[in-house]
Each structure stands twice: as structure tokens, then as C-alpha cells.
Write a protein that binds this ligand. Structure first.
Ligand code: C2E
Ligand code: CA
Ligand code: CA
Ligand code: CA
Length: 275
């Protein structure tokens, strides 16, 4: 048994060491990339489900790596959250999105994702207020998307931070609603004005009766609480027709448009009707 254990150990050791090396390399790379401006903000439009008019855009970060090409957030955000680099990266995304949006020829809103890690920094509301001031973006044009993960932290502190953000005049959206640790009482206790239904509930629409019932129920609940509901991950005309008939507020997904780089997004805006 001893020999077996040793063999197993030898088999896994190099893989683990390699993983750790890769992680610290990625960490270094990300810090360098922030200095050398390799990150980009892409924009995905959201439309009013009833009129089809563009109401806002979600800012989504990408990393244009000199050797590896365009890297998706799923491949670097988790590590940035672990190391704390997300605080700087998140501030960079917010600054860039607010600066670019303030120069658009339309006053559609801009939605920016905040990591739960950014919420542990007491200076977050000040940081947001400072960026709005320097970029000149009207606070009413900014929406901050927050996942339910943030509610797992110290509740009083989270509520205090959300209240301060709300006081600045920005809107708060609960992202990925229905996944993870959602509790309906959060919607009552925290100052969210918008719910984004997680993509996993949309995937099997319109044929799957359970998905249909859940989506319908969330939209109705949101309306009763005075919140608008966004449905994300809408990929087909059938899915769009379903959620529009259910009177959700906004629709986001490949059926409307994929996330676009800033230049392509500007062309998209030029070619479409807007709120
Ligand atoms: P999310 O906030 O739920 O963003 C929506 C994700 O769904 C985006 O993936 C978007 O490209 C994708 N998506 C939109 N429509 C469709 C569709 O019709 N079908 C499918 N299959 N996917 C669709 P993306 O850009 O890869 O971002 C993934 C996640 O990374 C985001 O999920 C968000 O949690 C995180 N993220 C992205 N940018 C930032 C950022 O600046 N800060 C933080 N903290 N997180 C970010
Ligand atoms: Ca989001
Ligand atoms: Ca989401
Ligand atoms: Ca998500």
C-alpha cells in the first residue's frame, strides 16, 4: 500500500507543480497586461422586449493577449478574484466603460459587472463616484450588476455599501438570478431595481415546461416587487417571442447581438433605433 501511495504521489506532483507555475505566470501576465493596456471592454446591447429599441449595453471585459489572442473572462477573472487584482481590473473596466459611454451619441445606459471581492473594499462607493465625476457620465446612466455571491458576506456591511451606491444615483441589478444561493428575501432587503434571470433557465425555452414556469414566475414576481426583469442568453427567435410575450423588461442574447468590440458596437448603434 505504501508503494502504491508513493507511485500515486509521483504521478500527481508534476501536474500540481505545473498548475501552480501556470497560475503564478498568469497572475504576473495579468499585472503586466494592466500596465500595457491589453484589456478591452466589449459591449452587448440590451433591447426593450416590447419595442425592440436598444436601452442599454453590458460591458464585458476581454484580454487581448499578444500570443494567446482574445481571452474570455472565465479564464482570468477567477484568478484575479483570488489574488485581489480584480479590484484594479474592475476599476479599469468601470473607468473605461464610463469614459467610452459618455462619448456615445446616445444616452442609453451602461451596465458594469462588479465582483463580490470589490465589495469587500470600503472605498468602492467613493471609487464609483470618483469615476462618474472624472468621466462626466450621468449616474442615472450607470447600472451595476452584482451576483448573489455578495450576499454571503457580512450582510450589514453589504447593505451599507449598496445603500451608498444607490445614493450616488446608480441602479443596482441582481445578476444571474436563480442560481447559487438566491434567497427571495434579498430582493426585499436590498435596494435592487432590476433582476437578470440566469441564462440556464432560458436554454431549454420554449419547449421545457419547468423552465417556462420558472421564467414566468420570476418575471411576475419582479413586476410585483416593482423591479424590471432582464432575460439573458436569448439565442433564438422562439426564445425571444416567448419572453416578450411574458412581458419581461429587456432582452439580451446572441439573437439580438453578440458582445461587440467598441468600434463594432458604435457601428451597431449607428444602424439601430435607440431609446
Ligand atoms: P455575465 O455577467 O452573466 O455576462 C453574460 C455572459 O453571457 C457574457 O459572457 C456574454 O458574452 C454571454 N452571453 C450573452 N448572450 C449570450 C447568449 O445568447 N448565449 C450564450 N451562450 N452566452 C451569452 P462573457 O463575456 O464570457 O462573460 C462571462 C462572465 O464573466 C460574466 O457573466 C461575468 O460574470 C464575468 N465578467 C465579464 N466581464 C466582467 C467584468 O468586467 N468584471 C467582473 N467582475 N466580471 C466580469
Ligand atoms: Ca452581468
Ligand atoms: Ca448574468
Ligand atoms: Ca453568468
Amino acid at each position: 500500500a505504501k508503494a502504491e501511495g508513493k507511485a500515486t504521489y509521483r504521478m500527481f506532483e508534476p501536474a500540481l507543480a505545473e498548475r501552480m507555475r501556470a497560475r503564478s505566470q498568469l497572475d504576473l501576465d495579468m499585472r503586466r497586461a494592466l500596465e500595457t493596456d491589453e484589456f478591452e471592454v466589449h459591449y452587448q446591447p440590451l433591447v426593450d422586449s416590447q419595442t425592440g429599441v436598444v436601452t442599454s449595453a453590458e460591458a464585458l471585459v476581454r484580454w487581448r493577449h499578444p500570443e494567446r489572442g482574445l481571452i474570455a473572462p472565465a479564464d482570468f477573472i477567477p484568478l484575479a478574484e483570488e489574488t485581489g487584482l480584480i479590484t484594479q481590473l474592475g476599476a479599469w473596466v468601470l473607468q473605461t466603460a464610463c469614459r467610452q459611454a459618455s462619448a456615445w451619441s446616445t444616452t442609453i445606459r451602461i451596465a458594469v459587472n462588479l465582483s463580490p471581492v470589490q465589495f469587500r473594499d470600503d472605498r468602492l462607493p467613493e471609487m464609483v463616484a470618483g469615476i462618474l465625476e472624472t468621466t462626466g457620465l450621468a449616474p442615472s446612466r450607470l447600472e451595476l450588476e452584482i451576483t448573489e455571491g455578495v450576499m454571503l458576506d457580512d450582510e450589514a456591511r453589504t447593505l451599507a455599501t449598496l445603500t451608498k451606491l444607490k445614493a450616488i444615483g446608480v441602479d443596482l441589478a441582481m445578476d444571474d438570478f436563480g442560481t447559487g444561493y438566491s434567497s427571495l428575501s434579498y430582493l426585499r432587503r436590498f435596494p435592487f431595481s432590476k433582476i437578470k434571470i440566469d441564462r440556464s433557465f432560458i436554454r431549454l425555452l420554449p419547449d421545457d415546461p419547468e423552465s417556462a414556469a420558472i421564467v414566468r414566475a420570476i418575471i411576475t414576481m419582479g413586476a410585483c416587487l416593482g423591479m424590471t426583469t432582464t432575460v439573458e442568453g436569448v439565442e433564438t427567435a422562439e426564445q425571444y417571442a416567448f419572453v416578450a410575450a411574458e412581458q419581461c423588461g429587456q432582452v439580451q442574447g446572441y439573437h439580438v447581438s453578440r458582445p461587440l468590440d467598441h468600434a463594432d458596437f458604435l457601428s451597431f448603434l449607428d444602424a439601430t433605433k435607440m431609446a
